[in-house]
Design a protein around this ligand. Structure first.
Ligand SMILES: Nc1nc2c(c(=O)[nH]1)N[C@H]1C(S)=C(S)[C@@H](COP(=O)(O)O)O[C@H]1N2
Ligand SMILES: [Mo]
Length: 258
């Protein structure tokens, strides 16, 4: 983290010619529209530079069983509100379905049993939350790339958007729904999995039951819990705040690479 913040400043300094502007603790600077635009451009540059510096297929570090944290905190929603989720919970998610649609050749709906029949990957990785905590856990799930490959990408496909069962804010237009997105490079990354187990047990409700995203080279908020639907899109600009995620719509970076 420290390294990437330092590198980020450095890259903004050189690539965007902004000199020594710091991105932290400058509320008055961030409120200026012009500066905001430059910062957004700088974010794009950061992403592009990171793509140049870090090979596309770089793997996140994996740990051993002995490194697994005795307690893995839960953060954000610990149980989605509403009767729909409660009903699914009661039946052990037997009625839950993951919908995959958008720019795909074959839209599909998969049950938990369907997902568990597919080839799986298990990985012990570190989760880093922007709020300043980390935990190491063992995740098991289906590589997202495998599912997307069998669904077939249609021309124009660029992003996978993840819609969750929980709402962090009650709004009429649904903009309080937790959602996230990644580009197809991250979607097809070998460590990007749809996880149904944590530390060898079925995912509990606090950690995103029945299914959550693990996208290991990104910060915690990208790891969408309570997955309901994955939509393949050419752009996420028309979705709610237009920034590609619940927290991104409220100012977090879309490319949360670590
Ligand atoms: N649907 C949903 N996904 C979510 C969140 C949330 O509130 N709702 N919180 C995010 C944040 S900020 C973090 S750090 C992780 C926390 O995952 P955990 O509860 O398994 O620790 O989930 C992420 N995914
Ligand atoms: Mo987080």
């Amino acid at each position: 983290m420290t390294f990437s913040i330092t590198r980020r400043r450095l890259l903004i300094g050189s690539a965007a010619g902004l000199g020594a502007i710091s991105l932290t603790g400058c509320d008055d600077v961030a409120q200026n529209a012009k500066v905001q635009a430059v910062l957004e451009m700088a974010e794009t540059l950061t992403m592009k530079s990171q793509r140049l510096l870090v090979p596309r297929d770089r793997l996140a570090r994996e740990f051993s069983e002995a490194d697994i944290s005795p307690i893995f905190r839960s953060n954000g929603t610990s149980q989605p509100d509403g009767e729909d989720y409660a009903r699914m919970m009661e039946t052990g998610f037997a009625e839950w379905r993951l919908k995959i649609d958008g720019l795909v050749e074959h839209p599909v709906e998969l049950s938990l049993a369907d997902l568990k029949r597919l080839p799986s990957r298990t990985q012990i990785t570190r989760h880093d939350c922007v709020e300043g905590w980390s935990a190491i856990g063992k995740w098991t799930g289906v590589p997202l790339g495998l599912i997307l490959q069998s669904a077939g990408m249609r021309p124009g496909a660029r992003y996978a958007v993840f819609y969750c069962a929980d709402q962090l804010e009650q709004t009429i237009d649904g903009s309080g729904t937790y959602y996230e997105s990644v580009d197809l490079i991250d979607a097809f990354h070998p460590q990007t999995i749809l996880a149904y187990q944590l530390n060898g047990k079925d995912l509990d409700v606090a950690h995103g039951a029945p299914l959550r995203l693990r996208v290991e080279r990104h910060l915690g908020y990208k790891h969408a819990k309570y997955l309901m639907r994955i939509e393949i899109k050419d752009s996420f600009a028309s979705l709610w705040g237009g920034k590609g995620g619940f927290w991104e719509d409220r100012g977090y970076e879309w490319y949360a690479g670590i």
